[in-house]
Design a protein around this ligand. Structure first.
Ligand SMILES: [Zn+2]
Length: 342
């Protein structure tokens, strides 16, 4: 640790009684992961990097599109034009915001196979995902290893968030078994989303992250919060306690981490299907030459995109494909087999 001059740029946080110099030093030493760098993840990453959280890992499987820019504050038109992976675009932008923070963007889909490795050596995880499959994976890992994570979800103008602290609060399985959270059935792809709702949820998540990192989070003040930023309704209730008999945090059965609940083909919204061929890396250069005969091919160092008359095929080096223009897994599989191989 250096002297207090290192902290000069964080002077407004050091002045803040809840953080102070000791808290700021903890933030500078902290290791945090953000899973999913869409709207929520962008807002979280932006705030944490500016706050001086020393080491930030960002895991995201997607690439930037023009329709993201309305709410995903780290990205711009150039990122969308180049179809940069969000993890890469975020890393670049965040390094220009605060060069003292170590930021690492990882282009990957969080899966049962890679979750432990991708999230190792992080003391806290933030939920920037848009699906419960990945949240359950984070929850399993968090409970298994006794690390906190911060749940957050947004649909339309509605948002919900809570810090999940294993052994202290309910976990995600406890929460969802009690009752279905509003917003679970709908997605941003069917009812849209507005940025005030995103930023409200992300702001709460970041406040929980800072409290946990500096050691001032308490169960007494922990809350499950919900809001509707269009109806102007705000609710806060004490964070639920662990539920007796919960499969995850009481019985310690980590079914999501064990991979039992995970399909290889997933609908990933916006009229798209993702196919994840595990253990099959793709030779993007070879594919680019071969696929050029079939349609317009664009590529960057991370992905390759083939435009077909009715579909768009985006291939990642880690073996994933996103087929846009359908929600039919069988058709997506056919397109994948035809252009990549079965
Ligand atoms: Zn539980």
């Amino acid at each position: 640790m250096g002297n207090s001059d290192d902290l000069a740029k964080y002077s407004r946080q050091v002045l803040f009684a809840g953080i102070g110099e000791a808290g700021q030093r903890r933030l500078v030493a902290a290791r945090v992961a953000i899973v999913g760098c869409g709207a929520l993840g962008s807002a979280q990453a932006n705030a944490l990097v500016r706050a001086g959280v020393g080491h930030l890992r960002i895991v995201d499987r997607d690439f930037v599109e023009e329709s993201n820019l309305q709410r995903q504050m780290l990205f711009d038109e150039a990122d969308a034009r180049e179809a940069l992976p969000k993890a890469v675009a975020a890393e670049q932008k965040l390094k220009s915001i605060n060069s003292s923070v170590e930021v690492r963007g990882v282009v990957a889909d969080l899966t049962p196979e890679n979750a432990e490795e991708l999230l190792e050596e992080t003391e806290l995880m933030l939920d920037g995902t848009d699906n419960f499959e990945t949240r359950h994976l984070i929850n399993d890992l968090a409970v298994k290893t006794g690390r906190p994570w911060i749940y957050g979800a947004v649909v339309g103008s509605y948002g919900v968030a809570m810090a999940v602290v294993p052994g202290r609060t309910a976990c995600l399985s406890c929460l969802l078994e009690d009752r279905r959270e509003a917003g679970v059935e709908e997605t941003c792809d069917t009812v849209g989303v507005i940025s005030p709702a995103v930023n409200w949820v992300a702001a709460f998540q970041v406040s929980q992250a800072l409290q946990l990192l500096v050691g001032s989070w308490t169960l007494e003040t922990a809350r499950l919060v919900r809001a509707d930023l269009w109806r102007n309704e705000f609710h806060s209730s004490p964070a639920p306690l662990p539920r007796a008999g919960c499969r995850t945090c009481a019985r310690r059965e980590f079914v999501h981490l064990a991979g039992e609940a995970r399909p290889q083909i997933t609908l990933c919204g916006r009229n798209s299907v993702q196919i994840h061929e595990r253990g099959r890396r793709l030779d993007l250069d070879g594919l680019r030459q071969r696929l050029a005969a079939h349609g317009e091919v664009r590529n960057n160092p991370y992905l390759l995109r083939l435009r077909l008359p009715e579909h768009e095929l985006t291939l990642f080096a880690d073996g994933r494909a996103i087929i846009r223009g359908t929600t039919d897994p069988a058709l997506a599989r056919t397109i994948y087999a035809r252009f990549v191989g079965s």
